[in-house]
Design a protein around this ligand. Structure first.
Ligand code: PRX
Length: 662
């Protein structure tokens, strides 16, 4: 049974029925040639209403829309798509596949430990589990529109829980299970969630993490939470808070087996996902139901050129947007088989990804450059000892992929046979925006490529002038709305407006810099705002500074990104401590350890600074503004060319910073 610990649950792998004979994967609106692409692109720009109405046609709608596009995309940032339509996304992910694909595998789950057995769920089994889970949520009092936060291991119950929320119209907000208790509390409070779903513990490589304990600590600061639903995964004893905490395996005994999906409006929020921006605390990106659904499905099928018998594996955690759009919703909407992996790329060794590919005959593999770079560092035998014969498409996401990593991936994993799609997008875009379509549109190392139909990228000067022509570089912005565009930031629409739509009226501003090559292919250069991308995870420099500043020894700090061989960008923190502190090396080591501890407690291990330099001052202008440009150059090791430092309040401080550079 799914509700028992992993060891027991995995025994049920044998339960699974054989895949049914293939029916063609939804071939509607499929781009199968370069001509198709150009034609679709042209239509999407010239007549977007007709184009998207046609793409949306084959979904299960309880009622069709009155209007395809509405709202003011910019500067208000209030797009609507398929207004007036009624639907439930889970009827599109599950119910509509039952007739043709009831016995087809929906989810293959591979555990952290290769010695444990995997689990397989057909569409019919997944549907049944989602119905039961939905009823458990109903019985707990979860209602349409309620926010439910999930802090979970990568186990099938996470996928089931997310779908169950969507089935009953609750808004799910998944919090990556590497965030700290403080970070959970911030998110739960911002979302005003009354319900939390978690597990006893999780496996991550050689480590086991007491997830429930972290949630308990967080919930001391979350007055809105009424119920906590706990999944038994490791079989660990946990403290159950009376009146608040309940076990899933107990509740499910009382739950009905069928559950009619709630009828949702096209624009009803489907989920909130917190992500970092250049200012303040992470914000809750809100995605809608219908527009997100159409975008996730259309982009998934076309970018990866999915066929009925594919076994598709996206290595992202469901705690990030990639896990939402391309591990869960996109594949299930398309009726594909999606693989979910509990573990990490390097456990028990650096061959684990490739062993899983061979074991399950994975055909499409989608991962992040940071994972590729970490595996490149291991002996090549780790990849060469697997056949990888089943693979036919490779994908990359989350950060720029450097050419060396691209070639390694293409040669050693794809055996020079599999097209690589480098997919550029963001939490806010809901799905892939710029990418090659596998084997169809051009794929060039380190370039995302051409925009998808419906996407109109432009390069802007800092002043907001459009830069025409090819072989150009500028700020990347998007003209005209697409179905998956962010609808708002939870509880604060003005923040979304200011962040994305106000900087350059008429455009959505991405925060990225890009280059358009001589053939019009886009290459993403990196962020142009105060956001750093560490191993594909976004952090605002201000967010990390706020965390560091919580340390009692710290007076002030400034954080910048610097190039990092594996992580893409590393976190470099310049920290001023109270006078007299940090004068000896031993003291400095102690301070550094204490600062790291603070960041881990405030945000989580994923935001740990890679380098901390204790300084006596920061380079500031006479008006008190920190000159980050100088700090970035020092962190990058470009100390010979710091530009004009004459406007600094205290130019001497720069010499000290250079001398103490880590
Ligand atoms: O800087 C870009 C980078 O990741 C940012 C979005 O981060 P997030 O919302 O966490 O979403 C990650 C998964 C989509 C972007 O602003 N980024 C994402 N994909 C790429 C990328 N940079 C270069 N190439 C990519 N393929």
């Amino acid at each position: 049974m799914l509700t028992t610990p992993a060891a027991r649950a995995s025994e049920n792998g044998a339960l699974t029925a054989k895949p049914s004979p293939p029916a063609a994967v939804a071939s509607h609106a499929r781009i199968r040639s370069l001509e198709d692409y150009h034609e679709a692109y042209r239509k999407s720009v010239e007549d977007p209403d007709a184009f998207w109405a046609e793409v949306a046609e084959p979904f299960t709608w309880r009622r069709k829309w009155n209007k395809v596009r509405g709202g003011a995309f910019s500067p208000e940032g209030s797009s609507t798509w398929f207004e007036g339509a009624k639907l439930n996304i889970t009827e599109n992910c599950l119910d509509r596949h039952l007739a043709a694909r009831g016995n087809k595998l929906a989810i293959i789950w591979e555990p952290n430990d290769p010695k444990e057995r995997h689990l397989r769920l057909t569409y019919r089994e997944l549907y049944n589990e989602v119905c039961k889970f939905s009823n458990v949520l109903h019985n707990l009092g979860v209602e349409k529109g309620d926010r439910v936060c999930l802090y979970m291991p990568m186990i099938p119950q996470l996928a089931i829980a997310v779908l169950a929320c969507a089935r009953i119209g609750a808004i799910h907000s998944v919090i990556f299970a590497g965030f700290s208790a403080t970070a959970i509390a911030d998110r739960v409070n911002d979302a005003e969630a009354a319900f939390v779903i978690t597990a006893d513990g999780l496996n991550r490589g050689a480590k086991q993490i007491p997830v429930k304990r972290v949630v308990d600590e967080a919930l001391e600061h979350c007055p809105s939470v009424r119920k906590v639903l706990v999944i038994e995964h490791l079989g660990w004893p946990v403290h159950m808070h009376e009146g608040r905490d309940v076990w899933y395996h107990e509740e499910v005994k009382e739950a009905g087996k069928t559950c009619t999906a709630e009828e949702m409006d096209a624009e009803d929020p489907l989920f909130i996902l917190y992500t970092s921006g250049s200012t303040g605390k992470p914000k809750g990106v809100v995605h809608s139901t219908a527009g997100y659904m159409v975008w996730a499905d259309y982009t998934f099928r076309n970018v990866f050129q999915v066929e009925e018998n594919d076994v598709y594996w996206c290595t992202a955690d469901v705690g990030w947007v990639t896990g939402h759009s391309y591990l869960l919703y996109g594949p299930l909407l398309a009726g594909a088989t999606t693989l979910m992996f509990e573990g990490v790329p390097t456990y028990p060794d650096a061959g684990r990804f490739w062993q899983v590919c061979d074991k399950h005959s994975v055909t499409i593999f989608y991962t992040a450059p940071t994972a590729i770079r970490s595996l490149m560092a291991a002996p090549l035998d780790n990849v060469l000892s697997y056949s990888l014969d089943s693979l036919r498409v490779l994908g990359s996401v989350g950060e720029p992929i450097n050419e060396e990593a691209w070639y390694w991936y293409y040669q050693h994993v794809g055996k020079e046979r599999c097209p690589v799609v480098d997919t550029w997008w963001q939490t806010e875009t809901g799905g892939i925006m710029v990418s090659a379509l596998a084997g169809i549109t051009p794929s060039k190392p380190a370039h995302a490529g051409l925009p998808l139909p419906g996407v109109q990228p432009v390069l802007l000067t800092q002043e907001g002038q459009e830069i025409e022509g090819n072989d150009q570089e500028g700020y990347l912005a998007l003209k005209a709305a697409w179905p998956g565009v962010i609808r708002t930031t939870y509880g604060d629409h003005e923040r979304a407006r200011q962040m994305y739509f106000a900087p350059y009226p008429g455009y959505y501003f991405t925060g990225d810099g890009a280059r358009r090559d001589e053939n019009g292919l886009y290459r993403i250069i990196g962020r142009v705002d105060d956001v750093i991308n560490v191993s594909g995870h976004r952090f605002g420099t201000a967010e990390i500074e706020n965390a560091i500043n919580q340390n009692p020894h710290v007076v002030e700090s400034a954080v910048v990104g610097y190039p990092h061989d594996v992580k893409g960008q590393g976190i470099y923190a310049y920290v001023i401590c109270h006078q007299g502190e940090g004068s000896t090396e031993a003291e400095r080591n102690h301070l550094e350890a204490s600062i790291i501890e603070t960041v881990v407690a405030e945000i989580g291990k994923i935001a740990k600074p890679d380098k901390i330099q204790i300084v006596s001052g920061l380079p500031k202008t006479r008006s008190g503004k920190i000159m980050r440009r100088i700090l970035r150059k020092v962190a990058e090791g470009e100390t010979g060319n710091l530009g004009d430092t004459t406007t600094l309040l205290d130019p001497q401080v720069v010499d000290e910073i250079i001398a103490g550079r880590k």
